[in-house]
Design a protein around this ligand. Structure first.
Ligand code: SAM
Length: 301
């Protein structure tokens, strides 16, 4: 697929970017424009680091390398397969994770909060127990284990494939002794005691009727990672009730609802949540303490 006259990395990047624009591929699984997407594809296909010195972009491609880039371009353009699935790798909070079509591609703005150790909401040194609801490839659970050095993380999902990848990623990052992958419908499989300092959730939150209108790239992702039911909040409603029973008073629930935040505000106008702002972009993430959740839930559950 890569024409013979394309000889260098720069040639491959420029040509790929033109083909992406021509084909109308969707960016949003790691990059947001054609050039960055092309650079990422070429470097990953060649097993080169993401920060490769520009000096090497003028070097020539071997026939095998051209064939590999061509194969990846075909998957990206003809099948609209997101690059992280082709490469088998995604980046989150500065860490590399194995991914495949059994899990959503990591992209949550929560990475920024995790890197900050959840400050000012929590003291990173004091956090002992975390539950990550809907862990997918385990990106949030593993990144939390890095950022909160005393913490043990229960990584929960209903998908066996997700739990398998979570175990592999925890082992790759050397945190398997502190991250436990557990098959669980929300918090259902957890014991009532002890309580948690932090419950973090990036549940599926796309309203079902919006799913079919999404770009073809999203159809490669597992539907159970995206589909949030009629109002996008079908898992968030029970999660609020369950989290109220399992958080310390000064523990927090951090939950992403993305573009379903207006539906959330409509459903819970009196719930004293704080909506977070992110420097690197993204919105629709709220925080609430265990105390405030418990004050509210008995009257509204
Ligand atoms: C939006 S993805 C988030 C994946 C990962 N935490 C991330 O941020 O990239 C939602 C995850 O929730 C899982 N899930 C769906 N329903 C669930 C349920 N009832 N209980 C637990 N996990 C569920 C899906 O399998 C999927 O892995």
């Amino acid at each position: 697929m890569l024409p013979d006259e394309m000889q260098t990395l720069t040639d491959a990047v420029r040509w790929a970017a033109s083909r992406f624009e021509q084909a109308g591929v969707f960016y949003g699984h790691g990059t947001d424009n054609a050039i960055d997407e092309a650079v990422a594809l070429v470097l990953q296909a060649l097993h080169l680091p993401p920060d490769l010195d520009s000096l090497y972009f003028g070097t020539r491609l071997s026939a095998d390398e051209k064939a590999r880039i061509g194969d990846w371009l075909q998957q990206r353009i003809d099948d609209h397969r997101p690059l992280p699935y082709i490469a088998g790798e995604a980046w989150f909070a500065g860490l590399s994770f194995r991914v495949d079509e059994r899990v959503l591609i990591p992209r949550s703005p929560l990475a920024e909060l995790i890197e900050a150790g959840f400050q000012p909401w929590l003291d990173p040194e004091a956090v002992e127990r975390i539950a990550d609801v809907g862990t997918g490839c385990g990106c949030i659970a593993v990144a939390c284990a890095y950022a909160l050095p005393q913490a043990r993380v229960d990584a929960l999902d209903t998908s066996d494939g997700a739990l398998e990848l979570t175990r592999a990623n925890s082992a790759d990052h050397g945190v398997a002794s502190r991250v436990t992958a557990i098959a669980s419908n929300l918090l259902g499989a957890l014991a009532a005691e002890p309580m948690y300092d932090l419950i973090v959730a990036n549940p599926p939150y796309v309203a079902s009727e919006r799913l079919d209108a999404m770009p073809a790239e999203f159809r490669h992702e597992p539907r159970q990672g995206l589909d949030g039911g009629v109002d996008g909040l079908s898992l968030v409603h029970p999660l609020l009730m369950q989290a109220a029973e399992r958080l310390h008073d000064d523990g927090i629930l951090v939950c992403e609802v993305g573009h379903s935040w207006p539906a959330f505000e409509q459903a819970y106008p009196e719930l004293p949540v704080t909506w977070l702002a992110f420097e690197r972009g993204g919105a629709g993430v709220f925080v609430i303490t265990g105390h405030d959740l418990r004050e509210y839930v008995p009257n509204h559950g």
